[in-house]
Design a protein around this ligand. Structure first.
Ligand code: HEC
Length: 146
């Protein structure tokens, strides 16, 4: 019985060590068309959204270690695909309007920033004022873009 546990633990550790050979690709490609907003808005976006929606991700220590690295890299890749503030100028007006609408939606539903991320990065949370400022900004800029 004792030996069986030893074997299981050794196999477990070996797997953990082995997957470290494949931590995944943590990229920060060049910023080619960053969104231009007020200093206040920039601060909020950078604090709460940029880690997953820009090319200026501050990769945390646990993004270096598999398997958590896979989860983080997946979130960032998917986040950038949906909305990327670093390539903002490449969006058409139509796309921007849609994104403004989606931002309003995620703010209303309190979907962003993602909950597991907030547990690990409480400082990235949106205060009530942040939320209101963001909401006002997307509503205003959204209708200006129309
Ligand atoms: C920890 C990573 C992470 C952070 C931080 C984050 N997001 Fe996201 N976001 C994602 C991922 C992943 C998706 C795509 C999957 C999904 O919709 O859940 C996404 C999708 C979105 C979408 C598209 C939703 C849709 O309906 O398709 C919007 C808009 C958005 N995020 C806005 C924001 C805003 C605004 C912030 C900051 C207040 C933010 N996100 C912070 C990871 C993140």
């Amino acid at each position: 019985m004792k030996n069986r546990w030893k074997v299981i633990i050794i196999i477990g550790i070996s797997i953990l060590l082995l997957i470290q050979l494949f931590p995944g690709d943590r990229t920060n490609p060049p910023v080619t068309g960053e969104i231009q907003t007020s200093a206040e808005m920039n601060k909020i976006l950078q604090k709460s959204c940029y880690d997953c929606h820009s090319h200026q991700t501050r990769w945390p220590w646990y993004s270096r270690i598999a398997p958590s690295s896979w989860l983080v890299i997946h979130d960032v890749d998917e986040g950038r695909e949906h909305l990327n503030f670093s390539t903002w100028n490449n969006y058409t007006s139509r796309e921007k309007i849609k994104i403004y609408e989606e931002i309003r939606e995620v703010l209303k539903e309190e979907e962003m920033p993602l909950k597991p991320y907030l547990w690990l990065h409480p400082e990235a949370g949106l205060s009530e004022e942040d939320k209101q400022a963001l909401f006002q900004w997307v509503s205003q800029t959204g209708s200006d873009t129309l």
